[in-house]
Design a protein around this ligand. Sequence first.
Ligand code: S3P
Length: 421
Amino acid sequence: MSKQLRGEIRVGGDKSISHRAIMLAALAKGTSRLSNIARGEDVRTTLALYQRLGMEAAIVNGCVECTSAGYEALRTTESVLYCGNSGTTLRLSLGILAGTKVECRLAGDDSLNRRPVRRVIEPLRQMGGDLATAAADDRPPVQVRGRRLHGINISTSVASAQVKSAILLAGLHADGVTSVTEPEQSRNHTEIMLKNLGCNIDVEGKTSILSPAKRINGFEYAVPGDISTAMFFVVAALIMPNSELIVRDVLLNSTRTGAIDILRMMGATIDEDNVRLQQGEQVGDLVVKSSRLHGCDAANVVTARYIDEVPALAIAAMFAEGETAFHNVSELRVKESDRATAIVDVVKAFGGSAVVEGDTLRICGGMSKSMGQAEHLGDHRIAMMIEIIDLIRSGGVSGIYGDAISVSAPEFYELIKSLDQ
Ligand code: S3P
């Protein structure tokens, strides 16, 4: 095993929050100033999509300045709005557009067009929405014919922030109250941001209850650092000897910190510093020191709290002593790739041992020499997983996955270079 990882980094703005900040700026009347917006391709896609719907956007003093005439004014002359690789762009926009006067088709790249949207379309139809897919199995593209919606009380079968947020964003301009109850609470950024903007929204346990908004005004928002990107660096620092890494100003919302809890169960030394509330979101610095990791059973941690971090956690499991088990991982199969299979394949390509049994991913610590070629399948988080394993093993990265990684973290390679190794 190679070298150390020492230094201080700031990762780019959180992807989930950046999408929502842009969408809410499009729904608001006036100018919104968004700082530290994620620079990745997914968030650029959201920005471009809402520009096509009439929002103006410019970079002013490093902030994305968005000017909109508000929800009622959203219009497009385009017949197709492109969502690229981004599930959040597609699903949340279906919720927003279902109740507008917009008629258009939302489509993605090959990967996005393979991912299910029925989970969003069905509740929106129950709200009175007119959404149609060509494919019988409800895959994108989705044709939306905007019409007036009514609120619903709904219980979802999966803990998905994209589904919950699509319903809440549709409910924002519908008639009557909308409530969404999830099997487990998924990330709550939509709720926090709506509350911050003066909307009437309450969260009671796993239920979010929203009354329609009268008007949202332009706002200022500083996006915290992306915890999902940060976790790759955290895991590398834990495993590489003599490391000490500080990740500044990162999102620490408890619906997103399941990976930190799991790593601590595995014996990781991760401290939090300067923790504060920033526009309703918990933000702080992570201070990470090399630690001797052992396997653990993550059964007590709600999977939605770490679903995007499984590729990073899988690395920790590969270098830990003993077995680590992640439960309820079936949602991994409908991410940018079938991440359950992709993770198992990467672990095996590096000579490790991994298996999915039913709904549980098991990874055994201990590695041999690399045996095969690891495939990233065009998935940004799998590409980062491969590079971080390489970094840990050899002290270097191949640098060849820039295109895939730039979907979420174009700063990834620069950050690695900036650290003392
Ligand atoms: C996201 C929610 C999660 C997550 C995705 C981003 C969001 O997806 O995996 O990367 O921004 O709401 P699901 O809602 O499908 O679980």
